[in-house]
Design a protein around this ligand. Sequence first.
Ligand SMILES: [Zn+2]
Ligand SMILES: [Zn+2]
Length: 372
Amino acid sequence: MPRKVQSQSRFIPYARGFRAPSKKVKQKALIGHGECSSHISKEFADGEHFESVQKCQSIDDWLANVKENGQTYAQFINNCPWLSTRKWRKVNMKFVPSGETIHEKYPDGKIYIIPVGDLTTGLNNNLCILDVDDIIEYCQIFLGLPVVTLPAVSLVRNNGKVLWLEDKVGSRKKRQTTSVVLPSRYDKRSNHYQLHVAAVLEKLRKSLPDDAICLLGLTMYDLYEDDADLFVAGMAAGNHRVGLFSLFRYNPRLAFSKEYWYDITEIDSILKIPHNELMLQRGCKLVVHEICHLLGIDHCIFYLCCMNGSGHLEEDFRQPMFLCPIDLRKLHQLCGFDIIQRYEQLRGFFGKHHMEKECLWLERRLDFLRKG
Ligand SMILES: [Zn+2]
Ligand SMILES: [Zn+2]
């Protein structure tokens, strides 16, 4: 007699007080103050191309732990400092109050990305190919804003310590390289390092160019904040327009212990994981998610969307690359791109990097938008 098999699916409730939004709530979230829903352009119609937020699959899922309120389009327009008719106090660049988009208000503004250490090195100096130029290209298409890379910060590992090297002009105008020890932790047996996220973020704040809308540091170093942390994905200081995020745990050839921060194993490369593409895809999604936060867009609760919060890596990996209609409308208002042209360019990017699922979605969406 076969034994009765217990159902694998365990009900995991949302965080207390959170309710998945109804269709009506989603429709209201798309509308600005004093607008009528019939005036919303087809480009923001959901057209059944966007899925609703899902039930929690793990107790660590974001919505099982955080009672997110969600940010409507109207709330974003009201609160986004980049859309205010007053210049952002902390920004030191030309400001045009009558401008409608961020580019019209701050014509010199740019998004900066700075590699912190070498981005092509993974665990134990094994190569992990990630071309920062691909990430820049993706951000530029996704945001419709100029995205610029700053020269990489030089980090050196030395005897269990990590040094930040800086070129300075010393006495008699001679260039000198100075080094600063970064707060970090090191496990000798595994030869694994983690950098203290807040300490590096503080140093990045000092590198913020005057014409920066924001500066995002990317590193292949693993990060932590408190001694009890396994790791942290990164940290942002929205008020200071700076963030630092790690790509280390996005490497599909690594497996991580849930108990010890330094316990990391390399998965046999015979597994034929197209790791460069996965790495690029995960990196692109992270970077635009974090930049959208720095631009004032909060976590999304309305649809499956690349602005959903994530409580752990698996949840992060299963989230889509695209913005839902509500967040697309926010970004469009802020950046003023042509939506069809942007989708076509994204189609070109995903095609070039063999991301077929994304290409198929874009083709369906473009078909829908071009009809009528
Ligand atoms: Zn987030
Ligand atoms: Zn969304």
